[in-house]
Design a protein around this ligand. Structure first.
Ligand code: PGA
Length: 249
């Protein structure tokens, strides 16, 4: 069975709740496409107003992070049950910005992955190499390590429903999209890694996105690659251009 494409916006720390409502009202008609899963991953405070304004549309709402405990004395964190209670379906985990600025590690990402599955939330697990790692020729070793640790103790049935976002750090927010060949090569390598951890059926089912300066111009070729099942889009998800990315064909 062909994998369904998934195009997700990652708003990062942008949009106040009132700005968020306006943006979703503008984007709602532009992102209408029943052939693609469309997800808006938004700041925690925007989740409820975005869910409200997106009602009746094809937009699904995701969080940008989540904690791995159920509840308790974890000031400032958001729990999986808080997310599911309001209808959140996806969560971005292990974005490179969280790894760089907030001490997120593959081990904490793994704990969050397990918690997300337990609550029926689909994780979008990010991985990706720095420019230095690419130049040293260790891109695939590094990413395989991130994937292997991230998926520790995740069952094959769970992994089949997961989303992995390959985001080369040097391409994020820089306007420097990876070439189609570079993106396809790593996404194929990630699928191979999943086949080694699990089996071919799991590798064939899991969805792998490319992220890093995706725009309306680069999306069609990227998303047409055999192992690229859509994109995780930062900057361009805050603009009308996101409609063109979702309707890339
Ligand atoms: P960008 O961000 O599209 O602005 O490069 C992508 C991301 O960080 O998810």
């Amino acid at each position: 069975m062909a994998r369904r494409k998934i195009v997700a916006g990652n708003w990062k720390m942008n949009m106040t709740p009132s700005e968020a409502v306006k943006l979703v009202e503008t984007l709602k008609p532009l992102v209408a496409n029943d052939d693609v899963d469309v997800v808006f991953c938004v700041p925690a405070i925007d989740i409820i107003p975005v869910i409200e304004v997106a009602k009746g549309s094809n937009i699904q709402v995701g969080a940008e992070n989540m904690y791995f405990e159920e509840k308790g004395a974890y000031t400032g964190e958001i729990s999986p049950a808080m997310l599911t209670d309001v209808g959140v379906k996806y969560v971005v985990l292990g974005h490179s910005e969280r790894r760089e600025y907030f001490a997120e590690t593959s081990e904490t990402v793994n704990k969050k992955m397990l918690k997300a599955f337990e609550h029926g939330i689909t994780p979008i697990m990010c991985c990706g190499e720095s420019l230095e790692q690419r130049e040293q020729g260790i891109t695939m070793d590094w990413i395989r390590q991130q994937v292997k640790v991230g998926f520790l103790n995740v069952t094959a049935e769970q992994a089949k429903t997961a989303v992995i976002a390959y985001e080369p750090i040097w391409a994020i927010g820089t306007g420097k999209t990876a070439t189609t060949e570079q993106a396809q090569e790593v996404c194929a390598g990630i699928r191979q890694c999943i086949a080694e951890i699990y089996d071919d059926a799991t590798a064939a089912a899991i969805r792998i996105q490319y992220g890093g300066s995706v725009n309306a111009k680069t999306a069609p070729e990227l998303f047409a690659q055999a192992d690229i099942d859509g994109g995780l889009v930062g900057g361009a998800s805050l603009k009308e251009e996101f409609g063109q990315i979702v309707n890339y064909k």
